[in-house]
Design a binder for this molecule. Structure first.
Ligand code: ADP
Ligand code: MG
Ligand code: ZN
Length: 484
């Protein structure tokens, strides 16, 4: 069998986190709002109106470009992309075409095996979003379509990668890294469920060792990073099978159907639109002054890579822990707020609680970090209680669950529920003696040098103490009692 490789380039649309739209003062963030309540003559394309560029949007776009190490154009041009569709009242979208504001950047990220990968950013341009068509309301299919212009005119950037991604896992890692960079830079929240980040994937296949590219398809309708990964795997197999069968692939746009886990042809290149781009005569060329750019640059918050190195250094955590903690800016902020209460010496215990208990709950209950019922300082103090020996890690899990339910502080719950770990030698000795009596065979085995038999006795002590006996003390006292 011949060996094939996947060649992928991603086009990612990101909503800039401004309060108002790109060319008018209508509010953004219309997700879930009553249809057509966030509109004005500009974003609905009434005759005689003029667009005014939103300075805050330009600043966020430049932050994205600087975070992705792009070259910034001295002058960029807004262009009209013409097409007829009911979601576009002007019949053109204002975008950038021949002269985008940013080119030739790069994004570096870690792969699962620990190696690092760098993918070139071909270009970034600014554009406005279109409206949204509704073909159903709730579960009711309509016999006509409705249009909601709330989203029309929302500021976006499109980030186009070079075709340097070589597999579905790499694409997945690229998207996660891109999201982290943009979130840390305060460009966007990148909430895919709210449409704040959208991705189209271009993919072709070629024999390993071949330097020319194969014919690509562009996959649309990818609603999550997982969809991107699944669609690329499917499309890779489909293209390889076609090539092996001697078929000629055609350049086309395909739609991902998540329910059927397959892509379907939407249109071929011949059927593609001719957008008749031309510079928008209503907007001046955009020239960013060097002084303004350097101000934007110096105002950039710490990025995920720098943040990761700092956490490793300041808190002596593993690079794996820091990778997880910096996968999301809100999570990294939560960690640092919690660590301020736990003290740096309890950072490892805190990181463990976060990567297991906290993220476990967040994923199971699908809550945002901002809505976590446990305040960061409370979690920090829980970690400190574990490190002081007040709580075993088993009890810490129980207290964590109670904190999640009640929003109360760890110390209060420990006192109220009488949960603290028992480190009183006299009390633990009593439990140890009883446990040895009840496990005479295991005790003989331990005396005979079979160390592993101690587990049965430790287990019995834990049962007697309802999990509260200090495990280190239990082990020492059993060994003392058995004379080993
Ligand atoms: P278009 O003008 O049709 O949008 P571009 O040349 O701008 O095409 O490329 C769009 C995206 O497709 C980019 O992310 C690029 O990396 C990717 N791409 C281009 N050629 C290929 C190919 N042969 N295989 C996979 N991806 C490709
Ligand atoms: Mg394109
Ligand atoms: Zn408007």
């Amino acid at each position: 069998m011949k060996q094939y490789e996947m060649v992928v380039g991603l086009e990612v649309h990101v909503q800039l986190g401004t309060k108002t739209k790109l060319f008018c003062s209508c509010p953004t963030g219309a997700f879930g709002a009553v249809a057509n309540t966030h509109v004005c003559p500009v974003c609905t394309g009434q005759p005689g109106v003029l667009p005014v560029l939103n300075r805050a949007a330009v600043e966020l776009a430049f932050r994205a470009a600087l975070s992705l190490e792009c070259e910034l154009a001295e002058v960029s041009i807004f262009a009209r992309k013409n097409y007829f569709y009911p979601d576009l009242p002007k019949a053109y979208q204002i975008s950038q075409y021949e002269q985008p504001f940013a080119t030739r950047g790069r994004l570096e990220f870690a792969l699962k095996d620990g190696s690092s990968k760098s993918v070139g950013i071909h270009r970034i341009h600014m554009e406005e979003d279109a409206g949204k068509l509704l073909h159903a309301i709730g579960s009711e299919e309509l016999d006509h379509s409705l249009v909601d212009f709330n989203r029309g005119g929302t500021p976006l950037i499109e980030i186009v990668s070079e075709p340097e991604i070589r597999g579905s896992e790499e694409a997945y890692a690229y998207l996660n890294a891109l999201k982290a960079v943009l979130q840390f830079a305060g460009v966007s929240r990148c909430d895919m469920e709210k449409g704040e980040m959208r991705c189209d994937a271009n993919i072709s296949v070629r024999e390993k060792g071949e330097t020319r590219f194969g014919v690509r398809s562009e996959i649309k309708n990818l609603n999550s990073f997982k969809n991107v990964r699944d669609a690329l795997e499917f499309e890779f197999r489909r293209q390889v099978e076609a090539v092996e069968a001697g078929q000629r692939l055609i350049q086309e746009t395909r739609l991902w159907d998540a329910a059927r886990q397959a892509t379907f042809s939407m249109r071929s290149k011949e059927e593609a639109h001719d957008y008749r781009y031309f510079p928008d005569p209503d907007l001046l060329p955009l020239a960013a002054e060097a002084e303004w750019i350097s101000r934007v640059k110096s105002g950039l918050p710490e990025g995920p890579v720098a943040r990761r190195s700092r956490l490793i250094k300041d808190f002596r955590l593993s690079s794996y822990d820091c990778e997880v903690l910096t996968s999301d800016r809100a999570l990294a902020d939560y960690f640092e707020a919690a660590a301020a209460s736990s003290g740096a010496e309890s950072a490892k215990t805190l990181a463990n609680l976060m990567t297991t208990e906290l993220l476990g709950r967040i994923n199971a209950e699908r809550v945002e970090i901002a809505d976590v019922p446990i305040a960061a300082p409370h979690l920090g103090r829980l970690a400190a209680l574990v490190d002081k020996g007040v709580l075993s890690s088993k009890l810490a899990k129980d207290v964590f669950a109670k904190m999640w339910e009640t929003r109360r502080a760890a110390e209060d719950l420990v006192a109220e529920l009488g949960l603290s770990q028992v480190s009183d030698e006299g009390q633990v000795k009593l439990w140890v003696e009883e446990a040895i009596k009840a496990n005479a065979r295991a005790a003989e085995d331990v005396k005979a040098g079979k160390d592993r038999a101690i587990g049965a006795i430790v287990g019995a002590v834990m049962k007697l103490s309802k999990g509260k006996a200090n495990p280190a003390l239990v082990n020492r006292l059993i060994k003392e009692a058995l004379g080993c």
